[in-house]
Design a protein around this ligand. Sequence first.
Ligand code: GRG
Length: 296
Amino acid sequence: MNLKAYLEARRLVVEEALARYVPTGSGPAARLQEAMRYSLLAGGKRIRPILHLATVEACGGDPQECLGFACALEMIHTYSLIHDDLPAMDDDELRRGRHTNHVVFGEAMALLAGDGLLTEAFRLIAHEALEKGLDPPRVLRATLELATAAGPQGMVGGQAADILSEGRQVSPETLAFIHTHKTGALIRASVRTGGILAGASQESLESLTRYGEALGLAFQIRDDLLNEEGDPVKLGKAVKTDQARGKATYPGLFGAQESRRRLESLVGEAMEALQSLGAEAEPMRQIALYMARRDH
Ligand code: GRG
């Protein structure tokens, strides 16, 4: 299969749905809607919704039914980027090749745009489930999984640990906590919720979990390496910022060579986890291989 064409086709489906689900607003709060759309529709790889839809298909589900859930994942991811870029956090001025949300809309509106996207994500899930008559226990399980991954037991907890570790020498255990929570949790959930909504068996869910966990960590290690040696134009954001801020990173703790070795071995683990799934899981396999070589 041609992964580039697959990713591009899926990206377009997601883009179109996102623009529809978060419409241009009117009235006194129209600026908020504009701020939400500014970051949400600023490009980005859309890897979380694409992973979700690929998993739904690999497990025999209907991706059309899960498009709302896929977009909710991207909305939560975008909220986290807006808040992460704020002066109180990483204080970044460039994201997805354009000025960060607070630079354009001001800090108060950027905070609210993040809040709006996070809340809207869960509203969208409930709305789509009712509208499409989805199986309530599956939707509830997937929603619980997503909320756990995004909240203090997942991404928010990882971000807190990351901030609390800035400028300190961290142990390999703390670094693993930061990576698996800050980035890994939402990627793992993108995969697992696809399986849950598609009605995957317990055995398949266990395989999906191993795949999602390996992929999540691989994604973050690649991100760390790109921050050290990537091209800021391709990345659409500044590089070498981790070291300057005293961030805990994989290459910082283990060196670039060991990071690359670990990345390759995680991709191998992800591929192995999919062995029990059939040909329908080919896009998931290709996405795992892409993780090790992505340049943005
Ligand atoms: C503020 C609650 C809160 C969490 C922030 C996402 C995040 C947690 C921090 C972003 C900082 C960062 C560089 C994390 C590393 C991995 C990551 C999430 C990179 C950005 O995701 P991509 O590469 O971005 O999928 P695009 O723009 O392609 O969507």
